[in-house]
Design a binder for this molecule. Structure first.
Ligand SMILES: Nc1ncnc2c1ncn2[C@@H]1O[C@H](COP(=O)(O)OP(=O)(O)O)[C@@H](O)[C@H]1O
Ligand SMILES: Cc1ncc(COP(=O)(O)O)c(N)n1
Length: 282
């Protein structure tokens, strides 16, 4: 049965499991569900994680990721796919090869490298594969500032640097580059009075800035995963990249604003918030 008389949109996440439920596969599936998109998963690694940090990482064999992707693509079908934690070069190779053989389109790459607590979610020698094997397939790539510095091979201290980094990353192949501003410092935040978080979009020709009030909270665990999952849901529904990014930005702003206050550390965001607000607005 189609939802609201339209075709059911289907999205796949290829990522790690977060036992705490705020990031990774769990954040992605919750986000897909909240946006009326049917969610599927290919798990790359199991992390032992709560709001205080990551205390264990158990990667799966690369073949397991490839087989999960093939299994769902051949049967249920995938309108858009995102990658999150891929952990090592072998998994990146296997995932990219499977995307190619499935003719996968609307690929969102969230180049997850380091958890907010500092744990490595990607081995440092896998960055080359990420740049050379996966990014050329991506419709959208969504680095945070430290990830953008690694992908672009340059430090980012100013808005000008960030634009230069976006151009360099765009040269690696993705259709749309989004350098998120959550880790921003003063030179990158803008807006008189209230401090704004600015996400920078570059589609190979034009820059667009999405600017929102910065929320003062420690509860930002999984913001990047949730943002890229909402974007993937938008693409699965057929939205163009920039509109999907704008939807994702509204979704994550609501999720951070209506935080749940769970856990003793960096808590998860509120994946219900966006839908609940829509319901109130009517
Ligand atoms: N304190 C905050 N207030 C408002 N938006 C935020 C805040 N922190 C992150 N965001 C937004 O959440 C999304 C994820 O950004 P970021 O935290 O930089 O990514 P990551 O989780 O990959 O490090 C972006 O759209 C960013 O603008
Ligand atoms: C399994 C997994 N994947 C991704 C992240 C990044 O999350 P964050 O958005 O907090 O940087 C994480 N902590 N765990």
């Amino acid at each position: 049965m189609a939802v609201s008389g339209t075709r059911l949109a289907r999205a796949l996440t290829v990522a790690g499991s977060d036992s705490g439920g705020g990031a990774g596969i769990q954040a992605d599936l919750k986000t897909f569900q909240e946006l009326d998109v049917y969610g599927m998963s290919a798990i790359t690694a199991v992390t032992v994680q709560n709001t205080l940090g990551v205390s264990g990482v158990y990667p799966l064999p690369a073949q397991a990721a490839a087989e999960q992707i093939r299994s769902v693509a051949e049967d249920l079908g995938v309108d858009a796919v995102k990658t999150g934690m891929l952990f090592d070069a072998e998994i990146i190779h296997a995932v990219a090869a499977e995307f190619k053989s499935q003719g996968m389109k609307r690929i969102v790459v969230d180049p997850v490298m380091i958890a907010k607590g500092g744990a490595a979610l990607l081995q440092s020698d896998a960055v080359k594969e990420l740049r050379e094997v996966l990014l050329p397939l991506a419709a959208v790539v969504t680095p945070n500032l430290p990830e953008a510095e690694v992908l672009a091979g340059m430090p980012i201290h100013s808005s000008r640097d960030r634009r230069e980094a976006a151009v360099r990353i765009s040269d690696l192949g993705p259709g749309l580059v989004i350098i998120k501003g959550g880790h921003g410092h003063e030179a990158l935040d803008s807006g008189p009075g209230e401090q704004q978080v600015v996400d920078l979009l570059y589609d190979g020709q034009h820059f667009t800035e999405l600017s929102y009030p910065r929320i003062q909270t420690p509860h930002t665990h999984g913001t990047g995963c949730t943002f890229s999952a909402a974007l993937t849901a938008g693409l699965a529904k057929g939205l163009p990249g920039i509109e999907a990014a704008a939807l994702a930005r509204r979704f994550i702003q609501a999720a951070i604003e209506d935080g749940l206050g769970l856990g003793q550390g960096h808590g998860p965001t509120n994946h219900w918030a966006y839908r609940r607000r829509q319901a109130v607005l009517g």
